[in-house]
Write a protein that binds this ligand. Structure first.
Ligand SMILES: Nc1nc2c(ncn2[C@@H]2O[C@H](COP(=O)(O)OP(=O)(O)OP(=O)(O)O)[C@@H](O)[C@H]2O)c(=O)[nH]1
Length: 339
């Protein structure tokens, strides 16, 4: 049997060309894509990695959360690489291909609303077609929240993300419980029979497994036609303020906004706290961790918020957050509409 990391040169020879292997990491909003990517980057295997990250919102928070690597990194924000910013995807990959020294592996983290099949079609139909080689398509599934997707407006997106994968990473497996995991495996099996499924907590999958020979590797991109680019029902906004946030009020407000805001992330400035705080929300899960010193940057808050189009009232969300700041007398915040 081939050792997992020996597999790529074999595949490259079989493909009869010298091409950059690409691994796509997709999955729904907050499923754990960045966490998985960081785990892979931290493990490393000696190859020079290039990373392309796409955030759906106007700010690319992920780019600030990804661990530093030796190789190159390109960040794309303000749209989704599967539909609205396809040209940017192709240009981003081109930039990475041209970097010196040349990368030996490209990892693309898609936005949480991306359809992997659509991305593969874009790459397949681009001038890059012969310069890259599809190594793996990994879809990260949030084991706690994913079953809710089946009865939601984004059920179709969930299905396409699973069907488009070569390998499924079931993240937050510990918190999901055995019964939910069983049900989820069954649902995934129905969409992608025989899928290779790895259960993880905090995205800690062995690098060798993701690049290894347990998946059914593909030597060519998929030829299917590009589906309707308007098919995902999500909207985003950025909320900013220079005024300190009252922490308890902010946490209460974010909870109250749960029916409209599914995903939120960003760095915030809590009153009486000297450091930045990285705030993250995925469904009902929230976390606040140390976001580092402000350094020369003036303390401020900057949050990306994403929710279903049908319930996403930007003005109301903005006003609710404004009301959590120290003084509402001075209008210092700015609202920016996302895609
Ligand atoms: N409890 C728990 N939290 C997790 C796990 N994996 C990720 N998280 C947290 O969930 C939040 C979202 O994780 P990310 O890795 O940023 O998710 P993502 O899929 O990249 O999110 P988007 O790119 O915004 O769609 C972060 O606060 C993570 O620390 C896990 O296995 N268990």
């Amino acid at each position: 049997m081939l050792k997992p990391l020996d597999r790529y040169p074999e595949a490259q020879l079989a493909a009869g060309r010298s091409a950059l292997p690409v691994t796509l990491i997709g999955g729904f909003l907050g499923a754990g894509k960045t966490t998985l990517l960081n785990s892979l980057l931290t493990q490393g295997d000696g190859r020079r990695l290039a990373v392309l990250v796409n955030d759906f919102g106007e700010l690319n928070i992920d780019a600030r959360l990804i661990v530093k690597i030796e190789g190159q990194q390109v960040e794309l924000a303000n749209g989704c690489i599967c539909c609205s910013i396809r040209d940017d995807l192709v240009a981003g990959v081109e930039t990475l291909l041209a970097s010196d020294p040349a990368p030996e592996q490209l990892l693309i983290e898609t936005s949480g609303v991306s359809d992997p099949i659509n991305i593969l079609c874009t790459l397949n139909q681009s001038k890059l077609r012969r310069r890259i080689f599809l190594e793996n398509v990994v879809t990260v599934v949030d084991a706690v929240h994913a079953l809710d997707a089946r009865a939601s407006e984004y059920a179709g997106l969930f299905e396409r993300q699973v069907r488009g994968a070569y390998m499924i990473v079931l993240n937050r497996a510990g918190a999901a419980g055995a019964e939910r995991l069983r049900e989820l495996r069954e649902a995934i099996g129905g969409l992608l029979p025989g899928a290779a499924i790895i259960e993880t907590e905090d995205g800690t999958a062995p690098l060798a497994l993701l690049l290894g020979d347990t998946r059914v590797g593909q030597s060519a991109f998929r030829p299917e036609p590009v589906p309707d680019p308007r098919s995902h029902p999500f909207a985003s906004m950025v909320w900013r303020s220079d005024r300190p946030l009252q922490r308890a009020e902010f946490m209460r407000t974010m909870k109250a906004l749960s029916d409209r805001v599914y995903r939120a992330k960003g760095f915030v400035n809590f009153r009486h706290y000297p450091l930045a705080t990285l705030y993250q929300k995925v469904g009902s899960f929230e976390s606040c961790i140390d976001g580092g010193a402000w350094g020369r940057t003036r303390p401020h808050s900057e949050l990306v918020l994403i929710g279903l189009n049908s319930a996403f009232d930007r003005q109301r969300i903005g006003l609710a957050l404004d009301a959590c700041t120290d003084s509402v007398a001075r209008p210092a915040s700015g609202l920016v509409d996302g895609p």
